[in-house]
Design a protein around this ligand. Structure first.
Ligand code: ASP
Ligand code: MG
Length: 406
């Protein structure tokens, strides 16, 4: 029998009614001739509530205790889904985090998966049961529960599908798949029937929230076929695979935006070897991830470096930068939080010139100022004012004709 790994996100299992609906879908999948492993997220905003609870009893909760607490959200939905399945006559078994065979390192809250020994899972599948497992967690060699980072259930599902050599992993969510842009902003946004791993990875990293970037990376590494689709209807979703180079090289495939952007600028600092290192090493030590970095050519021996961080990291990043400004005699250290990133993504950008000019031209026509620009082989990103982001997404969607069929 073919095996499928299905992952259901927080909204898909958000209420008892939703859990029963998911159970029906799992039963249908099994009855159509599949072995099914189901990975579930915590119900609704359970994880956020657990985070708040932890902070309300201790400002800096012990990391091991914290992961043990957070792991319970997924444990609840695992047990509930298995109960719902049995109640409709579908044989199932729920496993706890420690029974999955997922070994991680000891870096609590952002543990990496080191190894998977899915012997128990295989044995349960061989018994003819659906196996329901919690996402987002693993255990250390010592048997301590770890969590693998917020949004980690996608990664659990993909990792298990790879370890079990399943031909496909289905990611069930509350939207119909991957769209050319956020349909709440662009009513004419289209669902893409398929997209390549590299395009999906860029979109996910640049703010499209439909699938976690780490899970996309892992799927690409193992050439695992992934389908993102809705658990609320039976519409087809979006297939993520290697991509048809001939087709996908033609266009911009999608637009991603992210409003969780803050910018830090250090200006008037004497330009000398080691400056960038002096700035970014302490940021890395503080666990702050830096995104867009722009260093302007120095004028009169004075350099200017700007970079973006997530808004939650702005205050901490400013502390680091102000210290360096004081040490180096820089004239300006400045932070702003009201920015956004907007990106066009498509393997087509690689081979054809002119995309950047069209993007910048469209933003200019709308009077939108570009603050920073960065690119990859298949992406162009502009940092702009947050207040202009919706207009920018709509305008670029029209310019690149994303409302038209491929
Ligand atoms: N429940 C976890 C979170 O909210 C993991 C997940 O949903 O993927 O981050
Ligand atoms: Mg979640």
């Amino acid at each position: 029998m073919p095996l499928v790994v299905q992952k259901y996100g927080g909204t898909s299992v958000g209420t008892a009614e939703r859990i029963r609906a998911v159970a029906e879908r799992v039963r249908r999948t099994r009855e159509s001739g599949y072995e099914v492993v189901v990975v579930v997220s915590a119900m609704g905003d359970t994880t956020d509530r657990l985070v708040e609870l932890a902070r309300s009893v201790a400002p800096e909760p012990d990391r091991r205790d914290y992961d043990l607490l957070l792991s319970t959200g997924e444990t609840q939905s695992t047990a509930l889904l298995s109960m719902a399945l049995k109640a409709i006559g579908c044989p199932s078994i729920s496993l706890a985090g420690a029974q999955l065979g997922i070994k991680t390192d000891r870096v609590y809250s952002r543990a990496r998966i080191m190894d998977i020994q899915p012997d128990r899972l295989k044995a349960e599948l061989a018994n003819g049961r659906c196996v329901i497992v919690p996402g987002f967690q693993g255990v250390t060699d010592e048997g301590d529960i770890t969590t693998i980072g917020r949004g980690g259930s996608d990664t659990t599902a993909v990792a298990l599908a790879c370890a079990l050599e399943a031909p496909k992993c289905e990611i069930y969510t509350d939207v119909d798949g991957v769209f050319t842009a956020d349909p709440r902003i662009v009513p004419t946004a289209r669902r893409l029937s398929s997209i390549s791993y590299e395009e999906m990875l860029e979109l996910a990293q640049m703010g499209a929230r439909v699938m976690h970037p780490r899970a996309v990376e892992l799927a690409e590494l193992y050439s695992l076929l992934v389908e993102v689709r809705s658990s609320f209807n039976d519409h087809p979703g979006t297939l993520i695979d290697r991509g048809d180079a001939m087709e996908s090289r033609k266009h911009v495939r999608g637009i991603a935006h992210d409003t969780n952007v803050a910018k830090v600028t250090l200006a008037g600092v004497p330009d000398c070897p080691g400056l960038a290192h002096a700035l970014f090493a302490p940021l890395a030590e503080a666990g702050i991830s830096v995104d867009v970095i722009v260093q302007a050519a120095s004028i009169g021996g004075l350099a200017e470096i700007s970079f973006t961080v997530s808004r939650a990291d702005l205050n901490q990043a400013m502390q680091v930068v102000e210290k360096i400004a004081a040490e180096t005699g820089a004239s300006v250290a400045h932070g702003t939080a009201s920015l956004a990133k907007i990106s066009i993504v498509g393997t087509g950008l690689q081979s054809a010139p002119g995309y950047a000019a069209r993007m910048f031209g469209t933003l200019a026509e709308h009077g939108i100022n570009i603050d920073m620009i960065t690119t990859s082989d298949i992406r162009i990103t502009c940092v702009i004012e947050e207040s202009a982001v919706e207009e920018a997404v709509q305008a670029l969607h029209t310019t690149f004709e994303l409302d038209k069929e491929d």
